[in-house]
Design a protein around this ligand. Structure first.
Ligand SMILES: Cc1cc2nc3c(=O)[nH]c(=O)nc-3n(C[C@H](O)[C@H](O)[C@H](O)COP(=O)(O)OP(=O)(O)OC[C@H]3O[C@@H](n4cnc5c(N)ncnc54)[C@H](O)[C@@H]3O)c2cc1C
Length: 448
């Protein structure tokens, strides 16, 4: 039986990217994916484009369009700007899987069947649907919303119905429109066609199959506000139905399985954040795997804390950001779709801002490994800062009688320390200082 460091179940954006980065970090990796993704368009944000470019993933970027025109009809306001790229899936996923294979990962085009866990210090046996089995120390679960979970936490559940409609776009562009029954996203891409996606209450579908999806789409497009859009009922493909609500599937890490992307938190497509989360959570899995492989006893508890902080925080932050965005649509309050989403989960702010700066011990990434570090939390940096101008914050600050004060310096301050002064001053943590450098030149590193 072949032995791997890590088997990655699912070769969508999260799994393929995790496999590539782990292989480049020296791990022996197998990706298992049936490569059966359905043809569809999605929006690719600037953050994703920057991440892919910084990692040399130009072939994956080549499956995306140039930034196109974007029109938003939301909350009674109309705005248009240039910016949104469109990406063809599954061509994008395939390019990422190819990049993983090029880096040296093995790929088997089948489904993952079963994961058999032995004793905590023993490898797992992973059985594939093609009948083969392999041995692995860890498994990354990147099976998206299809990943099994016994502890799901869900917001209001949305159904997305999408497909190609009549039209031959001459340039790429998107449009978002809100309506009493939900919202609609139209995207046109030359050579691909006109893509329509509606997002409605999950329980508003009556019956099953294509006929039920077409009826639901017809009901949506014949709302008085959208009558001019009824021509979009001229379909050029079968319709695709997908769950699209926010879901927290795996709040705790249960090793040897590390969930990433939608398998950990599946995000409402309204945010346009799904692909970024898929890739960034895959990247965060790399130091988790490396730290556990090197020293399971020390690495496992660090990974569990690191994972919980990122995943649970992402779920609640996305829940509250989504709530605030739905709440903007005051003209549609009173309609069930909007009322449910603009009130869930609670009334707390999307980002908690501490009223006072403090040091807190957290698990952070350093040299692609997890370590415990003191992190500085300030009202301007609620996410936490571990390093200022390359210096650990614990080397710069101390807590004295509940207040943060700079540690005394003997002799001439080093250039790094001088570079840190303006930043500390900008946070009100230091008065005076000798540095000439300005705040922009002070490099900080947030906790990953
Ligand atoms: C309707 C809709 C519209 C969206 N629009 C956008 C958008 O415009 N912009 C954006 O950024 N995000 C968007 N998202 C979110 C985005 O699609 C997801 O966040 C992203 O695909 C998650 O990537 P992933 O790799 O975690 O999961 P997935 O992309 O779901 O990949 C999972 C992979 O696992 C494989 N798999 C499943 N079961 C098994 C198994 N048993 N064994 C092996 N492999 C398996 C599948 O074949 C698939 O390749 C949208 C989501 C929805 C539902």
């Amino acid at each position: 039986m072949i032995n791997y460091d890590c088997v990655v179940a699912g070769g969508g954006p999260a799994g393929a990217f995790a496999a590539r980065e782990l292989t480049r970090a020296g791990c022996k990796v197998l990706i298992v994916d049936p490569a059966m993704g359905s043809r569809r368009l999605e929006g690719l944000s600037d953050r994703v484009a920057r991440l892919l470019e910084s990692r040399g993933l130009s072939a994956a970027m080549a499956t995306a369009s140039e930034p196109g025109h974007r029109q938003v009809d939301w909350a009674g306001l109309q705005s248009s700007a240039n910016g949104e790229r469109l990406v063809r899936r599954p061509a994008f996923d395939q390019a990422l899987r190819f990049a993983a294979v090029e880096a040296g990962a093995h790929l088997i085009e089948t489904r993952l069947g079963r994961i058999e866990k032995g004793a905590p210090d023993q490898d797992v046996i992973v059985t594939l649907s093609n009948g083969n089995s392999v041995c692995s120390r860890l498994v990354i679960d990147a099976r998206g919303r299809q990943a099994p979970s016994s502890r799901r936490l869900k917001g209001p559940q949305t159904l997305a119905i999408s497909g190609l409609v009549k039209g031959t776009p001459k340039r790429s562009g998107t449009r978002v429109v809100s309506s009493p029954e939900g919202w609609m996203w139209q995207a046109g891409l030359p050579g691909f066609g006109c893509w329509l996606q509606i997002c409605v209450e999950a329980d508003s579908l009556v019956g099953g199959g294509q006929a039920a999806l077409q009826d639901r789409l017809k009901g949506f497009l014949t709302q008085p506000q959208l009558r001019s859009q009824v021509g979009m009922l001229d379909l050029r493909s079968s319709l695709l139905a997908r769950p699209a609500g926010l879901v927290l599937s795996a709040p705790e890490l249960t090793l040897p399985v590390i969930p990433v992307g939608d398998a950990a938190v599946a995000i409402d497509p309204l945010s346009g954040h799904g692909l970024f989360w898929a890739l960034s959570s895959a990247l965060a899995a790399v130091p988790m795997v490396l730290t556990i492989l090197e020293n399971p006893e020390r690495g496992a508890p660090l990974a569990a804390r690191f994972y919980r902080a990122r995943v649970v925080e992402t779920f609640w932050r996305q829940a509250r950001i989504g709530r605030d965005f739905y709440a903007l649509e005051q003209d549609l309050s009173g309609h069930a779709f909007w009322d449910r989403r603009s009130k869930w989960p609670d009334t707390r702010p999307a980002r908690q801002v501490p009223d006072k700066s403090r040091l807190e011990t957290r698990v952070v990434v350093e040299n692609n490994r997890l370590v415990e570090r003191d992190v500085l939390i300030t009202p301007q940096d609620p996410g936490g800062v571990a390093f200022i101008a390359g210096l650990p914050v614990a080397d710069l600050l101390k807590t004295s009688e509940g207040d943060l004060t700079p540690k005394p310096v003997t002799g001439t301050p080093s250039p790094a320390l001088q570079a840190a002064y303006p930043w500390l001053r900008s946070r009100g943590l230091i008065r005076g200082g000798t540095s000439q450098s300005n705040q922009q030149s002070t490099r900080t590193r947030e906790t990953a």
